[in-house]
Design a protein around this ligand. Sequence first.
Ligand SMILES: *[C@@H]1O[C@H](CO)[C@@H](O)[C@H](O)[C@H]1NC(C)=O
Ligand SMILES: *[C@@H]1O[C@H](CO)[C@@H](O)[C@H](O)[C@H]1NC(C)=O
Ligand SMILES: *[C@@H]1O[C@H](CO)[C@@H](O)[C@H](O)[C@H]1NC(C)=O
Length: 694
Amino acid sequence: MEQRKTRKPGSQHRTFPTNMYQRTYRLEVNKVLSIVYVVGTELKVHLHRCAPSQSKFFSVKCTPTVQFRVEAGAPVNDPDGGSFLSPQVLTKNTVLFISMKAASDVVNESKFSVKFYGDKSELIGNAVLHLTAVEISLDVDADRDGIVEKNNPNKASWKWGPKGHGAILLVNCDSEYSFLKEVDCENEEVNKVSDLKDMSKMILRTRGPAVLPEGYKLSLHISKSHAESVRVFRTSGNPQSSTPKYLLLKLFLKDYPLVLNKEHLAGEVPYLGGDSQQELFVEGIRFPDKDFDGFVNINLSLLEPNGQGFPETPIYTDKVLFRVAPWIMTPNTLKPVEVFVCSTSDNYEFLKAIKSLVKSSGYKLTICHEYMNRGDRWMQDEIEFGYIDSPHHNFPVVLDSPRDRGLKDFPYNVLLGPDFGYVTRYPVDEWVDSLDSFGNLEVSPPVTVNGKTYPLGRILIGVAFPTTTNGRNMAKVIQDFLQAQKVQEPIALYSDWLEVGHVDEFMTFVPAPDRKGFRLLLASPDSGYKLFKSLQDKGHGNAKLFEGKEEEISVDQLMSDEGLRAENVYVQNCIDWNRDVLKKELGLDDEDIIDLPILFKVDPEEGNGAAAYYPDMVNMLVLGQNLGIPKPFGPQVNSTCALETEMRSLMEPLGLKCTFIDDFASYHKRQGEVHCGSNVRREPFEHRWWNLEL
Ligand SMILES: *[C@@H]1O[C@H](CO)[C@@H](O)[C@H](O)[C@H]1NC(C)=O
Ligand SMILES: *[C@@H]1O[C@H](CO)[C@@H](O)[C@H](O)[C@H]1NC(C)=O
Ligand SMILES: *[C@@H]1O[C@H](CO)[C@@H](O)[C@H](O)[C@H]1NC(C)=O
């Protein structure tokens, strides 16, 4: 609708870029009605409906605070201010639009009357209206700058992208307490004043008389399905008064009464009178998922009384929209913050090597001790680190795998805490198998695929081959959760060919100074055989693998093992299938991929599952430029390991530094390696998720 002519440019009052809120209203002849009017709306009066039946003409009179216009009548000019119209012709379609520009200081401040005439200007009726104008705005941070601005025209919609808009909500999945903790959003209270920073602020701004006429109420309301995902609290006092922060800290929980939750779909909020701002706090309680797109509407209505015994009628509704922030994973190319590793009865040397690597790289190391890990050393498998982000706050969030072995309680009991969130998904009607471990959940660095950008990368999971019916899979509840986050669109790889079945057994990403900023590293039996063949050719056929570790085997013996060769042809086929998927889905060229010389063996006793033949160098810890690589114990040539030499020659040109870590007995022989036995919490992306163009 066009802007009203009577609105002065630069007016301090709200402007409506879209449809002005109109309300049909009745007048009653020979009565005085009193009405609360919301600034920015229009009252629409069908005059013919309330006119005495003999009426032929009408005239209007009002105080200067009221504006009106007439449609479908004789041409009438907008009067400037309070006015008296000489009688106009009343037609069947005469509609009167009434509005006001500013809030009233007192009830009944403005008056409006319509007189009706029969023939010869004989007065036959007079309808009087007393108006009390209020301004009402339910406000959110729709422009995403961390501040709740006044009446953003886009507050009820949501648009992705740097030029987008729309408010953001965090799932309050941390715990304000380090002891006796629970995830904050699992209770119906504000836990501590510090809990409020995990919520999104909403401000109810009102202006008008000190009190509303009897029976008028402000009510927040929400649909039943949206109420599954949020709670709304209000402040009981009037926090616009300049209460100092240290006094606020002393307020008790009752100072933040609950207004909306799934049992209370509507709740009254007080009208504070005068020019006031009331803070409300919205708590996200559910991540986007298969049955929840992340969007939540919250509406505020002004209710008008209808007289004794009748329910109130909403006469004005303001609306806001939030989207719950997704859980975001962090690829190897992001800066590490903290490395996690388990201490067990048999991994002392491994731990020492990790400590030294992490320390020299300058990051924090956290050791999970045996009383907590209960002998479970697979730190990669129990958890995946990610984070949630909003313009006002962000914090790390651990996704807890349903795998639940010895490390089962570590994420909840140790990681969950103030500003450290926790989320999990557990399948109810599916088996939990090895593919539900998070060595089978990785994320690529940012990529562009056929012109489509993924500034936060893409999630990679391992599943069964699409053509098998009885393969192992990652649980559907986890896949659904990952998919619903939307910002790192997952790719399914084929990992069921491995005995353990994790994608980190055959691939990883390392940072690179050129091209796309990274390289994909893939295990490659072909490049392994090529290396061993060249050793043979150079007369090193006698060089031995596994020296000092287990039964040694020479390059010649290895090369003549036809069974092993056949197994590795099969393995290479499996990896090549994944290579094609990765190239296509991540938009990679062959130059973005480095093949690492790694052989596998296939165990018919274990359903033909494959496992690394010697320590699986691709299963590494990536800490910036420093790589912690499983020490392969390959053939010794010129007193250095030929596999290490090859690895260095592939990594060092990228500015990467290789540290080979002996994980042979404590990890490799137990079907895992350095990556499986560690985990890294990394810094969030600089690119904010809401700036994605989705
Ligand atoms: C406002 O006007 C109505 C209708 O005349 C009247 O009933 C009511 O008492 C008035 N309220 C105040 C506060 O003046
Ligand atoms: C709130 O407003 C939205 C958007 O117009 C609407 O879809 C929803 O039904 C409303 N919810 C309630 C409970 O009034
Ligand atoms: C081993 O050392 C000899 C002599 O220094 C050198 O010629 C040869 O290339 C080296 N072999 C390998 C595989 O590095």
